[in-house]
Design a protein around this ligand. Structure first.
Ligand SMILES: NC(=O)c1ccc[n+]([C@@H]2O[C@H](COP(=O)([O-])OP(=O)(O)OC[C@H]3O[C@@H](n4cnc5c(N)ncnc54)[C@H](OP(=O)(O)O)[C@@H]3O)[C@@H](O)[C@H]2O)c1
Length: 281
């Protein structure tokens, strides 16, 4: 397939780009400096055919600074809302399919069991609101689009919880133990994303997260178990003890049963951690 990947140097974009090459797709992978989502001229280049006869755009670009978004909402909405709209409409006009990523932060966190695709959305912060605006723009565009909502993405690239924990072997850290979610390993998510476009089911919204529900503290504990010589303590703390500019949903676990029924389940966290620590030595 001929694929355009936006946000190609981000945590997920890096994985998807490398796997798409590995699977012998014809890939154009663009960082933000070469394709700015919030600039309609960039999406116009798809309509103008500048990237050739594309089969699909995989949008890994997003404004992801959850706390900073509270201070600079215009930038978040420009990329995640309006910008996604430019991209989706360009895809619709050009007959190019779209795979777009969204987030567990479209939910308010009041649930006690994992959210399905049918549960009502109600974001509690700017980032979640801007991502919801993007989902709506994709729906309204008429593009042949899949939306994958993911959560708590960790992996070998970029700034993320797994890398942070793995690099703080000797520090004593308080880790939030009253927020619950579904950690998702970026290389496994990349596999599901490419499996999806290769399988080519009808356009739909899917939850695409790891299979285990846990708190950040529990995740930190499982990471540290893989670091035999680590000296640092991991202590459970509350959200109130770790204040952030943006409120997070207390519970944002995603039920990925619908995607599993289509493509098989995402591998467990133990396999993710095996893979990560084998790679990082
Ligand atoms: N990470 C998570 O835990 C998580 C959870 C749920 C959903 N998601 C979703 O998963 C997708 C991938 O996120 P990620 O984790 O890979 O985030 P990431 O590592 O922050 O990558 C996002 C990429 O988008 C780029 N970008 C930012 N603004 C842009 C713009 N206006 N135009 C073009 N590119 C822009 C960034 O470039 P710069 O670095 O140069 O700014 C970066 O390369 C996003 O849709 C995100 O909302 C992520």
């Amino acid at each position: 397939m001929k694929i355009l990947i936006t946000g190609a140097t981000g945590m997920l974009g890096t994985e998807i780009t490398s796997l798409a090459h590995h699977r012998h797709h014809e890939v154009t992978a663009l960082p933000r400096s070469e394709f700015d989502l919030s600039d309609p001229v960039c999406s116009g280049r798809i309509v103008a055919g500048e990237f050739g006869d594309l089969d699909i755009v995989i949008n890994c670009a997003a404004y992801t600074a959850v706390d900073k978004a509270e201070e600079e909402p215009d930038l978040a909405y420009a990329a995640n809302g309006l910008g996604v709209g430019y991209l989706a409409r360009a895809c619709a006009m050009s007959g190019v399919k779209l795979l777009h990523f969204s987030t567990d932060y479209v939910f308010d966190g009041d649930a006690t069991t994992p959210y399905t695709e049918d549960d009502p959305v109600c974001p509690i912060g700017v980032y979640g609101n801007s991502k919801l605006q993007g989902e709506e723009a994709v729906h309204d565009s008429g593009a042949q689009a899949w939306i994958l909502r993911t959560s708590w993405v960790i992996g070998p690239h970029g700034k993320n919880f797994l890398r942070t924990m793995a690099n703080r072997r000797d520090d004593d850290l308080g880790i939030v133990n009253d927020q619950t979610g579904t950690p998702t390993y970026a290389p496994f998510l990349a596999e599901k994303a490419l499996d999806l476009i290769e399988r080519n089911p009808p356009p739909d919204l899917f939850h695409a997260a790891g299979p285990e529900v846990m708190t950040w503290f529990e995740l930190a504990r499982q990471i540290q178990e893989r670091m035999p010589n680590a000296q640092g303590l991991r202590r459970p703390i509350t959200t109130a003890e770790y204040p952030t500019a943006a409120r997070r949903p207390v519970y944002s676990a995603l039920d990925s049963g619908k995607l599993s029924a289509c493509l098989g389940p995402m591998p467990p966290l133990s396999r993710a951690l095996d893979h990560y620590f084998a790679r990082s030595g």
